[in-house]
Design a protein around this ligand. Structure first.
Ligand SMILES: Nc1ncnc2c1ncn2[C@@H]1O[C@H](COP(=O)(O)OP(=O)(O)OP(=O)(O)O)[C@@H](O)[C@H]1O
Ligand SMILES: [Mg+2]
Length: 485
């Protein structure tokens, strides 16, 4: 029975153990151990097997040679007919003792005529080896892993007649003893090597896995909020690459985060400004008593203007959000670009007329392209609006349209105040306005060009600007005739 805390301890231990078993360190350790142990065991087994085979072969040859000598003595003493030779009997005993074995002499009738154990004499023996031996074949095999059984024919060297068979069983106890001794020593060496191997493997797996562990620790710290230091784990080429890729991603995220924060603070600021003005205007009306109707009207007019301004900012922001979406829905259809530009200029001419600015459209050819008319109109309108807004009295705005087989080109040129070189990269950023002082005079929120650029990029197009300060600015737009998603 477990107490609740006892159960927790067991669950915790279980988690720790399974966690370790799944860890990279354990896997590396396991690989090293397997790679080290298996060859060692295989080598040991190979040596033991070779030793046994070799020892049995040497013993067999040795015994066979002795038996051949014995066979000659048996022939010369005519032992098969006359078994009284003391010399041969002595030889047989000596040989049997020497190899700690037993010798049987079998005659042509398969009868055992001599058994050094004196147990089977006069019995018949029709063993397979004996039969083979009578055909002139010397045999040798290991029986029950304890005896080598060898048969040697008793053959007259001159007539080649086989008159009998010597069957000798030789004990392999001494071979087994030697093998056990060898195995014992091998096991001692193996144990020593195993201890060394385990120690070396633990050390190596620790060293090999250390960079990955460092990476984990870094990420742990990073996720806890310590995100100001870069990842720098250059132990392996792989970890170096991971570190670099991680640092690159983090840098991009930091830039994104900074621009998001800036955007949010800009939005808040821009939205607050008209509200503050309205509050001031409304308050000043409230604190005064008997306010003349004219002042009321004037202030209400100002409040209406501020509402209009707030409305424009919100509309622009909504346009940007829509265009910012990764897959903003484009409503692509074939449109006549000449007509589209004509319509834009027609709408803007009254505003240009206030400063007596001449607005001209120059079409080099008739262009039909697959575009989202609403978004493209928004983009070009912003450009022409700027060309009018940042222009001088009695200035001009030239809009031109041209095309080749792949793209159409719209240029918006003006005779305005120009854009300083250092600002040309930034004018497409959200809320960026070149000169705050002249910006105060000219109405705007700095969102127009950001909207224009997003709309053009959505059409897989491009926009660039060239300008001479005090003389004028040219925005060049290039858009494919056929939209490809
Ligand atoms: N044709 C131009 N000539 C001179 N300066 C320009 C011209 N077009 C843009 N600019 C500069 O680039 C800035 C960014 O233009 P953008 O159209 O994004 O904002 P805006 O005109 O200030 O405001 P909005 O268009 O959102 O009402 C402008 O404030 C202006 O300083
Ligand atoms: Mg603008």
């Amino acid at each position: 029975m477990f107490t609740p805390s006892g159960e927790w301890v067991i669950i915790f231990k279980h988690k720790v153990i399974t966690g370790y078993l799944k860890s990279m360190g354990f896997r590396v350790l396991l690989c090293l151990l397997v790679a080290g142990f298996l060859p060692m065991l295989a080598i040991k087994q190979g040596i033991m097997r070779t030793y046994t085979t070799r020892a049995v072969a040497v013993r067999s040859t040795e015994v066979q040679n002795q038996c051949k000598i014995l066979s000659n003595q048996l022939i010369s003493s005519n032992y098969m007919r006359n078994r009284n030779s003391q010399l041969v009997a002595g030889e047989l005993e000596q040989l049997a003792n020497l190899y700690d074995g037993r010798i049987l002499i079998i005659d042509q009738d398969f009868r055992i005529i001599k058994d050094t154990y004196e147990l089977e004499e006069n019995k018949i023996m029709v063993a397979e080896e004996v039969v083979k031996c009578f055909k002139g074949e010397t045999t040798s095999h290991l029986a029950e892993n304890r005896f080598i059984e060898i048969t040697v024919p008793i053959q007259d060297t001159d007539s080649k007649v086989i008159t009998g068979v010597i069957l000798i069983s030789v004990s392999t106890d001494s071979i087994r003893d030697n093998r056990e001794y060898l195995e014992h020593n091998a096991n001692m060496v193996l144990t020593g090597l195993a201890v060394l191997l385990v120690t070396a493997s633990i050390f190596c797996s620790y060293i090999l896995v250390r960079p990955v562990r460092n990476m984990g620790e870094y990420l742990e710290r990073f996720s806890m909020g310590h995100d100001d230091e870069d990842m720098d784990i250059a132990s392996y080429t792989e970890t170096k690459k991971i570190s670099q890729a991680f640092n690159r991603t983090i840098t991009q995220m930091r830039v994104l985060d900074a621009s998001r924060q800036e955007f949010v603070s800009n939005v808040s600021h821009e939205l607050k400004t008209p509200l503050t003005s309205m509050k001031v205007l409304a308050d000043s009306l409230l604190v005064q008593e008997d306010v003349p109707t004219e002042l009321y009207k004037e202030f209400m007019g100002d409040i209406a203007e501020e509402i209009e301004r707030e409305n424009k900012i919100i509309t622009d922001l909504l346009s940007l959000v829509k265009l910012d979406k990764k897959v903003a829905e484009l409503n692509i259809e074939q449109a006549n670009i000449n007509d589209l530009l004509e319509l834009i200029l027609k709408r803007l001419r009254p505003i240009a007329a206030r400063k007596n600015i001449e607005v001209v459209l120059e079409s080099f050819r008739s262009v039909t392209a697959a575009v989202d008319s609403v978004k493209l109109t928004l983009a070009i309108t912003n450009l022409v609006e700027n060309a009018i807004k940042y222009n001088r009295e009695n200035g001009w705005v030239h809009v031109s349209l041209d095309a080749d087989h792949k793209f159409f080109y719209v240029k918006v040129m003006d005779s305005g105040i120009g854009i300083p070189e250092e600002s040309r990269q930034q004018i497409f950023e959200r809320f960026y306005r070149v000169d705050k002082s002249h910006s105060n005079e000219i109405d705007g929120t700095g969102l127009g060009l950001a909207i224009t650029k997003s709309a053009i990029l959505l059409h897989r197009g491009a926009i660039k600007v060239s300008s001479v300060l005090g003389e004028g600015t040219t925005f060049s737009v290039r858009i494919p005739l056929n939209y490809t998603s």
